[in-house]
Design a protein around this ligand. Structure first.
Ligand SMILES: NC(=O)C1=CN([C@@H]2O[C@H](COP(=O)(O)OP(=O)(O)OC[C@H]3O[C@@H](n4cnc5c(N)ncnc54)[C@H](O)[C@@H]3O)[C@@H](O)[C@H]2O)C=CC1
Ligand SMILES: CC(=O)C(=O)O
Length: 304
């Protein structure tokens, strides 16, 4: 679902010249590739789509990992930890053996842990390992706020930080609408938004994936576009700032962990991690979220 959703977004946005679909069931990858290749008469750019194997990844600029189990509705993504860590190991080894020397983008859950493991197993520099992290949560936050304030979501700026999961939080001190801090807007217009609770918005954002899961059993389009957005910023060297899961080495005073932070995404991968000046309570929330991710990593880490 996520892999096909991503490929569909990339084809429709003319992001890549060539996409190779890989799946555990090769016949399914062949079917997805054929189906996607039939989009071409209706798109502005011809993308060559075909199926291949993990051993054919040597020449790729980007490998996007979406292979993994899905949580059951309401289940913490961390319950997938052990199964996901085995899958990423199985996948990374043949990809690296094929000579791959590009950039990994990871969506498989629990994404912060899987991203960290991909870094360990691949041996690639940390800037070339990018998890979708809280990009989807930040987009969900903007969509929810855009409904409340009747403003285009693209005019709302702000980030969900930390885990793509239960311990994530909204850095409210950095949420702006049209350049104006949200907290100031709410102070100024207290009478206009009497019912608005930031805690409720944060919860609704965190649980937005489950709203979809309980109804259809998976999410696909939002994450597909998030992956395509990151891939575009790499392939077009756009230098977009996106909230991705990045391996931290001292940023935000954190180490040995991977968590959702804003970062400049360029042809190099993660060009720079943006260190926001967080309020003290936000810094504590970030640290707590990193602790949750770090302890999950420790449960599945093997020496490489
Ligand atoms: N980071 C995010 O925001 C999101 C993450 N996800 C995660 O993405 C992952 C995929 O979700 P869906 O696409 O809905 O699941 P799916 O079941 O539709 O697809 C999983 C794919 O992984 C492949 N696969 C599994 N084990 C493999 C292996 N060892 N080698 C090669 N291929 C293998 C399967 O063949 C299948 O094609 C899940 O972990 C899900 O939780 C889903 C939505 C959003
Ligand atoms: C599945 C998942 O992680 C999401 O849609 O948020």
């Amino acid at each position: 679902m996520v892999g096909a959703g991503c490929a569909y977004s990339m084809i429709n946005q003319s992001i890549a010249d060539e996409i190779m679909m890989v799946g555990r069931t090769h016949e399914k990858a062949v079917a997805q590739a054929l189906d996607l290749s039939h989009c071409m008469d209706f798109t502005s750019h011809r993308t060559k789509v075909y199926a291949g194997t993990l051993h054919d990844c040597g020449d790729m600029d980007i490998v996007i990992i979406t292979a993994g189990p899905n949580p059951k509705p309401g289940q913490d993504r961390m319950t997938l930890l052990h199964e996901a860590s085995e899958i990423v190991r199985d996948i990374t080894d043949p990809i690296m053996a094929s000579g791959f020397d590009g950039i990994f983008i990871i969506a498989a859950n629990p994404v912060d842990v899987v991203t960290y493991l991909t870094w360990q197993y691949s041996g690639l520099p940390r800037e070339r390992i990018i998890g979708t992290g809280t990009s989807i949560d930040s987009s969900r936050l903007k969509t929810i706020l855009s409904d409340v304030f009747s403003i285009d979501p693209r005019s709302v700026h702000g980030y969900v930080l930390g885990e793509h999961g239960e311990s994530q939080f909204v850095a409210w001190s950095h949420v702006t609408i049209g350049g104006k801090p949200l907290l100031h807007i709410m102070e100024q217009h207290a009478l206009r938004f009497p019912e608005l609770s930031l805690d409720d918005v944060a919860l609704k954002t965190r649980d937005a994936g489950w709203e979809i899961f309980t109804r259809k059993g998976h999410t696909q389009f939002g994450i597909g576009n998030a992956l395509a957005h990151i891939a575009r910023s790499i392939l077009y060297d756009e230098h977009r700032i996106i909230a991705v899961s990045a391996i931290l080495d001292g940023e935000y005073n954190e180490q040995n962990v991977c968590a959702g932070v804003p970062a400049i995404i360029s042809g190099e991968g993660i060009q720079e991690i943006i260190e926001l000046r967080l309020e003290e309570h936000e810094q504590r929330q970030f640290h707590h979220s990193c602790q949750v991710i770090r302890s999950a990593i420790e449960q599945v880490q093997v020496m490489v």
